[in-house]
Design a binder for this molecule. Structure first.
Ligand code: SF4
Length: 271
């Protein structure tokens, strides 16, 4: 056959094998059940649900976990005081006249509603791990992580890139100290913060104006720099060797936060 001088245009790299991109299909459900069983605080039925998306401006795009009574809506539990199964004796519970900033009638209620209609599958590592791998997770968007077994959190944090969490149960008789390895221990006064820090915990303290900072504390970076928790990640418990955190009371119920005068420590001890 006669050769011609015709040039052909071939696409660059046409012969190369392209890496196959694995598409992560969007799940048909908006969350998974991580735990359903008795509360470690009082034995009542609870459920822990992890949801994939949030519009929380402070945390940024973190997976969120919700610790709820399984047998009643959170709004009912808060009114009757049955929220103690998921919040223990936290002084910020509305039932005790406290100032908890979580609006139970919004996300917690809608998540409980979806759960009660069977909208969330039980977490199955083989099917669902890829939805958590590479993402950051917030332990306890509502409810206290100490209400669920440590294993629940250990499994999820092992998959996540990083996490934040808070527990108010350090003084509870059933408290599993391993929870403090993953979560900040909430303190309600400088004196209480020092007490917990002396036990090797890192604390997260909601401070009133004028409380001051302890030498062992820094102010929440969201307050000082505007960074989101997903970027900061400092509130991940005692496994990290870092300062404790304090934040000034905020939200519509801020004026209901109090540091008892007896719990204030002498001004000299405060930076
Ligand atoms: S210190 Fe960082 S992780 Fe903790 S609450 Fe503030 S911004 Fe979030």
């Amino acid at each position: 056959m006669k050769k011609t001088n015709r040039t052909t245009t071939r696409r660059l790299g046409a012969g190369k094998k392209r890496p196959i991109k694995k598409r992560i299909l969007k799940p048909k459900f908006s969350g998974v059940i991580l735990y359903q069983g008795p509360s470690l605080l009082d034995g009542a039925p609870i459920v822990v649900i992890l949801t994939f998306s949030t519009d929380n401006a402070k945390t940024g795009d973190m997976l969120q976990t919700w610790i709820l009574r399984a047998d009643m809506p959170p709004t009912v539990a808060i009114k009757s005081g049955d929220d103690s199964s998921v919040c223990g004796a936290c002084i910020h519970r509305h039932h005790s006249g406290g100032a908890c900033y979580v609006v139970a009638g919004h996300a917690p209620l809608s998540i409980w509603g979806c759960f009660s209609r069977g909208g969330y599958p039980v977490f199955n590592p083989e099917k669902h791990a890829h939805l958590i791998t590479g993402r950051a997770v917030r332990l306890g968007a509502y409810g206290d992580p100490a209400a669920a077994p440590f294993k629940t959190w250990e499994n999820i944090t092992a998959l996540a890139t990083h996490w934040t969490g808070y527990t108010h149960q350090a003084a509870h008789k059933n408290f599993d100290p391993r929870i403090a390895g993953l979560c900040m221990v909430s303190a309600d006064s400088p004196r209480q913060a020092l007490k917990y820090q002396n036990k090797g915990f890192r604390t997260f303290r909601v401070a009133m104006e004028g409380d001051g900072l302890l030498d062992s504390e820094i102010e929440c970076l969201n307050t000082t720099t505007g960074v989101e928790c997903i970027t900061c990640g400092l509130c991940d418990g005692a496994r990290r060797d870092a300062d404790s955190i304090a934040i000034e009371a905020h939200g519509s119920r801020a004026n209901r936060f109090k540091t008892s005068r007896a719990d204030l420590i002498p001004a000299l001890a405060i930076a």
